[in-house]
Design a protein around this ligand. Sequence first.
Ligand SMILES: *Cc1c(COP(=O)(O)O)cnc(C)c1O
Length: 458
Amino acid sequence: MRYISTRGQIAPIGFKDAVMMGLATDGGLLLPESIPQIDRETLNAWSRLSYRDLAFNIISLFATDIPPADLKALIDRSYASFEHAETTPLVHKDGVYILELFHGPTLAFKDVALQLLGNLFEYLLKERGEKMNILGATSGDTGSAAIAGVRGKENINIFILHPHLKTSPIQALQMTSVLDANVHNIAVEGTFDDCQNIVKTLFNDLDFKKEYALGAVNSINWARVLAQVVYYFYAWGRLPEQREVVFSVPTGNFGDIFAGFLAKRMGLPIEKLLLATNENNILSRFVASGDYSLGEVVQTVSPSMDIQLASNLERYLFYLFDENPERISKAFAELQQTGRIVFSEDELKRVQSEFLSCTVNESQTLETIASFHRETGYLLDPHTAVGVRGALECVPKHPAVVCLATAHPAKFGDAVEKAIGSPLPLPPQLAALIGKETRCEIMEASREKVKAFVKAKV
Ligand SMILES: *Cc1c(COP(=O)(O)O)cnc(C)c1O
């Protein structure tokens, strides 16, 4: 399987090169040259596989340049870190199915992809005799999952910037209590945007980027999307009856829901994908009316979805535009100039044939956590609650709706407490962090200071 760029300016490359490249060097995103088609018979056979065996079957279709035994070992190692025997169990509550994606080391769904990506990086760096210094900014979730993915790994250092005292205390602890020698936390005296700007400028400093072999772990890496395709198939196989299904996906960067789109294209019987957002609803507006115009980011109780410019949307638009790289380049030039992309009637019709959409505001989110808890005894985190509210409100009556549960409620305990009126106990993994030794460099928001720190540590 070879990979091409949505901007059409790179010669096709293999899976291993695609993982190492991250963002395509022409500024586009990497996609497989063709999408494997899975027939019904195979789907039925797959529905009886364990998560790890299913992951191997799916991923090996896309990672054809890794020897099968190596790939199997990488996958097994990646999901051995999950607490639940089923990796991503499916539960049934109040007429909807909940796909629990939060049983990994940091209790958010990003572990599914970052555990695999960390192992892939280690494997590929060793094979190539290279080293990598990962640099990233986080408002909370991604940083801890990325650190958990590469801690203690050979030939990799990771530097994660977070805004000092602006993540939740638990989120900070999940990062700073990791004491492995290759993990470096930097608490920047500033905002998340300051952190992100510093990281962006350092990646644009091409001499520095090359000399220090800077690498990224953001959601544009193809391996992250690929890892997420697996659980759509897994959930379908765990339904009592293998029929057409609707998935509800709480959406920020469009990575998770794009994996669902890919699963649908591969032949999984998905009737519709419900794109659920909080008040940062550019994507749900896009699906509802074709209005794709950037607004300001507002802060909500589901902070991992407080995003305007969804980096993975470009992958979907590539298919919407009939795999035409010129149309992609034109659309993104238009976005840069005018702050919006205009779609034709026909394009909008096609978007709506694949997706439903729903915007869920803060009071609706909290109300959903409370009522779901009252009626079923089950606690939703605020991100998952956005998706569940969407499923209950915006999907025409349907017997098989699967809501993706993207984080454990205790990760966002303040919002959940506000909703149900009482504090919730910390799960053992989080309780164990309290009082642990931590290591973190507090630093003013200066690109030069961060650069000097990286140089000193490498
Ligand atoms: C990252 C994240 C999301 C959004 O996923 P995207 O792939 O960015 O759309 C939703 N919920 C949680 C808890 C997350 O961490």
